[in-house]
Design a protein around this ligand. Structure first.
Ligand SMILES: [Zn+2]
Length: 171
């Protein structure tokens, strides 16, 4: 059974940074409790330059984190877009990021299990290679040239399994 994710401020923050980048936060913070705000007002109030504001808004729109309406300004004679932040999307994005991480961890686990006890590590920690990569280099580190040592990856496997278990609770 999937557990419900509790959206803490920390989780929301991390998710937004991951999805749209740190620089979008100032605009999200300004938009989050408002509706239909002109792109020019956003620029003015956040003191972010208009071209940059548009770039960030476009990114938010791509992730469905913001919607807009375009209206022709009667006085100025050109179109202005009015923006609303779509808070409900955050939860979907949290889940999407979770699923991506889970897929990556599972792929990684598969690789570790297929090469059980057969990873080769440089003592100076510059490289970690599987058997094929290692044998190609005659088990010398590609960075520093020291002899690679065979690594027991039992703990890595356990660690990955644990992380997968933690994430699967929410998947
Ligand atoms: Zn090395």
């Amino acid at each position: 059974m999937a557990k419900k994710i509790r959206l803490t401020n920390k989780l929301i923050h991390e998710t937004l940074v991951e999805a749209v980048g740190n620089e979008a936060l100032i605009i999200i913070n300004f938009l989050k409790n408002r509706k239909n705000i002109s792109e020019f007002v956003i620029s003015e109030k956040t003191k972010v330059e208009i071209h940059h504001v548009r770039k960030i808004l476009y990114k938010l729109h791509q992730k469905h984190l913001a919607v807009y309406k375009r209206k022709k300004d009667a006085k100025k004679g050109y179109y202005i877009s009015y923006w609303t932040f779509n808070k409900k999307r955050i939860k979907d994005i949290v889940l999407e990021i979770h699923r991506e991480q889970l897929t990556k961890l599972k792929e990684r686990l598969m690789k570790e299990e297929q090469n059980k006890g057969c990873f080769f590590l440089c003592a100076n920690a510059c490289a970690r290679l599987d058997f094929d990569q290692g044998s190609e280099l005659e088990f010398r580190c590609p960075e520093c040239g020291s002899l690679l040592q065979q690594q027991d990856n039992e703990r890595t496997i356990e660690h990955l399994k644990q992380k997968i278990k933690e994430l699967e609770v929410f998947a």
